[in-house]
Design a protein around this ligand. Structure first.
Ligand code: HSE
Length: 424
């Protein structure tokens, strides 16, 4: 029998306890052993969690309990769980965690501490989708060309509603919070940080790249409005919040998280609502696509228990981040965000008067930016104001950033221009 201690019995922890009991037949058949949760650690013991295991507020009831074989860390935060996991590993226990923020910063340190001991983290990225297993084991024969995903259910829920119904960002965010999709602080979701944490974890497995959230381009969906939705529909795009890891020619990796206009014909554009979807292109396998629930108690618990079963079967069968040794000829480094090249969409609110368009296109021309398509919408309230919507041909991120600053300075521009990248 394998005894498990759970630190943090919230929605996911409670689902882990329930699934271990309800699906014990299949779990035992697959792992070869009975897996039994024996204690849960909580901060507030008076809250009813609907679980059938003893609860305690003392973390040592798990960490210093010699009977416990595996620790499941579901407490959230970064510093405290880091200490707890370190302690558990040093006490000879295997660990399973769903903590993406912790891994976004400390995955390499944890890999060193874990050594040969098992540290499972399937649940940290895209909830119930086994994307870590797919990348680390299933695609291990491939050089990974790119990973493009929708990895935040809250953003996808909001954007899908904005595309399908005439609703604005703020109203839908409230609904997502009520439905329990959003993190405790929704800025993690809508600001892109949650997706960035997940991207960094996957990028380590795909490319062995060691970066922190501060090193990469992260943008949220707060600025998107109904005019952007209008342009997207008019030109056959859907707006999605994407996490992108892409190999460039020169041993550089592009890592970025931002909203993007995606042609509606692409599979990723069809991932709607709270669902997650990830496209991975390998040099031998071609494109593979993973779709499923990225959040929620049972879906996340499904991934936690998959790690448990793996640990019971074989212990640490794979190196935690997928590499037994460094790549020959040196590894990858991060591409500077200024060097990213893509197409862009821009929204500019300006005075509707003679010469305005010339001034704007002249600024774009100064930075080598060529316009691909253009739409103009007159303001409903003020007939002297128009919203100008452009898309560009491929150009450099640095140039578009500089052009946006110049455009903002034009007296005819009525508010800060907004830009969304286009991912064809
Ligand atoms: N808040 C996250 C989401 C949950 O919306 O996808 C899983 O990380």
């Amino acid at each position: 029998m394998i005894k498990v201690g759970i630190i943090g019995v919230g929605t996911v922890g409670a689902s882990v306890v329930k699934i271990l009991k309800d699906n014990s037949d299949i779990i035992e058949a697959r792992s070869g052993k009975k897996i039994v949760p024996v204690v849960g650690i909580v901060r507030n013991i008076s809250r009813n969690r609907g679980v059938s295991i003893p609860l305690s507020t003392n973390v040592d009831d798990v960490l210093k309990n010699d009977d416990i074989d595996v620790v499941i860390e579901l407490m959230g935060g970064v510093n405290e769980p880091l200490k707890v996991i370190k302690n558990a590993l040093e006490n000879g226990k295997s660990v399973v965690t769903a903590n993406k923020a912790l891994l976004a910063y400390h995955r390499y340190a944890l890999q060193d501490i874990a050594g040969e001991r098992a540290l499972g983290f399937e649940a940290s990225v895209a909830g119930g989708i086994p994307i870590i297993k797919a990348l680390r084991e299933g695609l291990s024969a491939n050089h990974i060309e790119s990973i493009k995903g929708i990895m935040n259910g809250t953003c996808n829920f909001i954007l899908t509603k904005m595309m399908n119904e005439k609703v604005e960002f703020k109203d839908v965010l409230e609904e997502a919070q009520k439905l329990g999709y959003a993190e405790a602080d929704p800025v993690f979701d809508v600001g892109g940080f949650d997706a960035a944490h997940k991207l960094l974890i996957l990028a380590s497995i795909a490319y062995g790249i060691h970066a922190n959230p501060e090193d990469i381009l992260i943008e949220g969906i707060e600025q998107i409005n109904s005019e952007d939705i209008f342009f997207a529909k008019e030109f056959g795009y859907s707006i999605k919040h994407l996490t992108i890891a892409k190999k460039c020619d020169n041993k550089k990796i592009e890592l970025r998280v931002h909203p993007a206009l995606v042609p509606t014909s692409q599979m990723i554009a069809k991932v709607d609502g709270v669902m997650n979807g990830i496209s991975v292109i390998g040099d031998r396998v071609g494109e593979t696509m993973y779709y499923g629930p990225g959040a929620g108690g049972d879906a996340t618990a499904s991934a936690v228990i998959a790690d448990l079963v793996d640990i019971v079967r074989v212990g640490q069968s794979s190196p935690m981040l997928g590499f037994k040794r460094d790549l020959e000829g040196g590894g990858f480094t991060l591409l500077n965000s200024d060097e990213i090249e893509t197409k862009y969409y821009m929204r500019i609110k300006a005075a509707d008067e003679i010469g305005v368009l010339t001034k704007i296109t002249s600024v774009l021309g100064d930075f080598g930016i060529s316009v691909d398509s253009f739409l103009q919408k007159q303001d409903k309230q003020d007939k002297k104001i128009a919203t100008l919507l452009f898309s560009t041909h491929t150009c450099k991120e640095l140039n578009i950033q500089k052009a946006m600053k110049e455009l903002e300075k034009l007296p005819t521009c009525k508010e800060k221009p907004v830009m969304i990248r286009i991912e064809d």
